[in-house]
Design a protein around this ligand. Structure first.
Ligand SMILES: [Zn+2]
Ligand SMILES: [Zn+2]
Length: 118
């Protein structure tokens, strides 16, 4: 007859899981750091924002990089996407933004934007 074993603290955390929690810790530290200084910014225009999510440099956004590289021949080198000649016309102009939203397929809109849309 087998003994009934007491709880054996199983399953043990495997290496993957502990590695993941270290990565999570690193992320938390990284988040806090972003709110302390702007070392994460490589375009030179970013400021510390209220939340970590807003502390994002344009050079960290893949679409921004591809736009910058695509237009480099026309626009020349620039550090920040806000220096792109199309930025003010397309990203700060209310009418352009409204048009862009009109033309955005619904599946790309957030829930909030969707309800505003309808
Ligand atoms: Zn930046
Ligand atoms: Zn920038």
């Amino acid at each position: 007859m087998d003994y009934i074993q007491p709880y054996q603290f199983e399953p043990l955390a495997n290496e993957d899981e502990s590695a993941r929690s270290i990565a999570e810790d690193a992320l938390v530290i990284e988040k806090q750091k972003r709110l302390e200084n702007t070392e994460w910014c490589t375009c030179g225009n970013c400021k510390i924002m209220q939340s970590f999510e807003e502390c994002l440099c344009c050079t960290e956004v893949a679409d921004v990089i591809s736009t910058r590289d695509r237009d480099a021949e026309i626009t020349g080198e620039f550090q920040c996407i806000t220096d792109h000649p199309g930025f003010h016309a397309n990203c700060l102009d209310v009418w352009a933004l409204q048009m862009a939203r009109k033309n955005t397929p619904k599946k790309f809109l957030t829930k909030e934007a969707k309800s505003m849309h309808e």
